[in-house]
Design a protein around this ligand. Sequence first.
Ligand SMILES: [Mg+2]
Length: 257
Amino acid sequence: MPQLLLRGIELGDVQAVLFDKDGTLSISEPQLLTLAQARVFLCLEQVEASIQPELKQLLERAYGLKPEAICPAGITAVASRDHNLIATATALVQVGLGWPEALSISEEVFAEADARDARRSQGPDAGTSATTKGLLDCLQHLRAAGVLCAVISNDDMAGIEHFLSSHGLAGYFSALWSAEHRPRKPDPAAVHGLCAQLGVAVGRCALIGDANSDLRMAVAAGIPHPLALGYTAAWSSPPPLLEPHPLIHAWSELKVR
Ligand SMILES: [Mg+2]
């Protein structure tokens, strides 16, 4: 069975590698920054001027939004769209709105921010997130060694497929687990569902992600600890990942033999 190595150190036997998408396969920070800024802007338009400064601060903190960066462990980076929507509604309640109104404003704001995002992605600067550096070589190397690859993400299927096909990567992935699958990340049963699709035992998989929730899920699902790997190279400030999980700083550090 192929042996996975990080910087020459043996981690264990693997038949499959499960990849998180945002912040692992893709450099998603620029898009997330634009999206979070749009959500803040659109929310502020919906409330009285007197509560705008407080709401702005609450939303920025909730979203992990910094002047030109997104906190890699915050909800914009890690959580699903509906969890972000609930966090937004919660901020609106904190500045005095009732819950039904807060929820309905959040739904409108998210729909409008998505529509702007869709228009942008069809415009002259069209495109999906870039891939992380050296990814294709890594995927080719894994395929040559007979290791299956899969995506486990809280993006929806359309988002995952669009990203993969835009970069000619769809053929490298044997299975996808999205926000539409049940249960979804970070439930360990999401890993079990994906492994069942691949036909590979959980203990023969590695999982690579840029969030502690990915690493905890992997271990809770039964992936051996050294095969739950953190990836740090997709963010302007590296994500605060749990030691002693092995950390990948560049795809070239990962090999199979
Ligand atoms: Mg991620």
